[in-house]
Design a protein around this ligand. Structure first.
Ligand SMILES: [Zn+2]
Length: 340
């Protein structure tokens, strides 16, 4: 069956989803999840290095309370089961930490993803309402082509198996959007002037290793002006590419797609990165385990590194030392506050 039987695809239904979840929560919390995690870092003894409760566990089952508008949906199902959510879980965790750790970022990110989305997202995370957080992402940000959905009796199953850059990074609107112009030296060229827009930052390892800082070099390569032979049919001109610039100014955070890099090329991961005249610092990474086709994430709070894996029972653990990021899917950097 196809997903036209789903009734949870309209924004109306999304609002029901969110308001239902806020009705369910009765405990007023005084601390955000971020503050709880940060506090646990300070009194974590050597024996127990895991956070005291599960954060964003893999999968999830969302139970719809029948009643109100939901009852008009035909067929009415009462459960939504989520599968293979690791393609969004790690990034949702990172996004949460980034937004809570930087006071001005929620407003900035809200410009792209919507203020309501950001507020709901933070509220749900702080309420430990993790399945609803994932539903919010799926319904509000993902397109239907990005996941499989089937109905088993009265339950809808949403399967997010795939690639996290497809399921998460691509759905960040124009946050990381960059632009580069090019002009061909040949006056007869069919398309002399061209504009190239990229919504994500995918970098390739340099041809020759070792280099002092291969990741910074690859980023420089991505942004720098260059001349290449024109690819237009029948043209033998030289195409001159301008410096690449961010379309909407320097984004609050950037995600480098590192899928092309082998582990031996990642023995050095820089903590600071210069991007198109702006300074960024390493906040986290997502890791990919090929054998298990499974994603997890690492991030730092106040210099302490934590590893998040939704499949583990203690799914947030404190690391003794910064992680060796040799199984990378992405690197996540945040803009430094002293940028001018
Ligand atoms: Zn040309």
């Amino acid at each position: 069956m196809e997903s036209n039987f789903c009734c949870l695809n309209e924004s109306d239904d999304l609002n029901i989803l969110i308001s239902n979840s806020s009705e369910r929560l009765q405990i007023e919390r005084t601390k955000t999840l971020f503050e709880e995690i940060r506090a646990s870092l300070n009194n974590n003894d050597e024996e127990d290095r895991s956070f005291w409760r599960p954060v964003l566990p893999w999968g999830g089952v969302y139970t719809i309370r029948a009643g109100r508008k939901a009852i008009s949906c035909i067929p009415l199902y009462v459960k939504v089961s989520l599968k293979n959510t690791c393609t969004i879980d790690g990034f949702l965790m990172l996004l949460y930490v980034i937004l809570r750790d930087n006071q001005t970022f929620p407003r900035e990110v809200g410009v792209f993803l919507g203020r309501e989305f950001v507020e709901h997202f933070l509220y749900l995370m702080d309420s430990y309402d993790y399945t609803t957080v994932k539903m919010l992402w799926i319904l509000d940000r993902m397109s239907k082509q990005q996941y499989r959905s089937v109905i088993h009796q009265a339950a809808l199953e949403i399967d997010l198996f795939g690639n996290e850059h497809e399921n998460f990074t691509k759905n960040l609107k124009e946050i990381m959007s960059t632009m580069q112009e090019s002009l061909c030296t040949n006056w007869d060229c069919q398309a002399r002037f061209q504009e190239f827009l990229e919504k994500t930052i995918s970098i390739n390892p340099p041809n020759e290793l070792p280099q002092r800082d291969p990741i910074q070099s690859a980023v420089d390569q991505f942004f720098c002006p260059k001349n290449v032979l024109c690819q237009e049919f029948g043209c033998d001109g030289l195409r001159e590419f301008s410096q690449r610039v961010f379309s909407h100014g320097p984004p609050p955070f950037i995600i480098l797609n590192m899928q092309m890099w082998k582990s031996e090329e990642l023995s050095y991961v820089p903590y600071h990165l210069a991007l198109s005249h702006y300074r960024y610092s390493l906040e986290g990474a997502t890791l990919f385990n090929k054998e298990e086709h499974h994603y997890s994430a690492a991030f730092q709070i106040d210099g302490s590194w934590m590893h998040y894996d939704g499949l583990r029972s203690d799914n947030l653990i404190l690391l003794n030392k910064p992680p060796e990021l040799l199984l990378l899917s992405s690197l996540v950097y945040v803009r430094c506050s002293d940028n001018k």
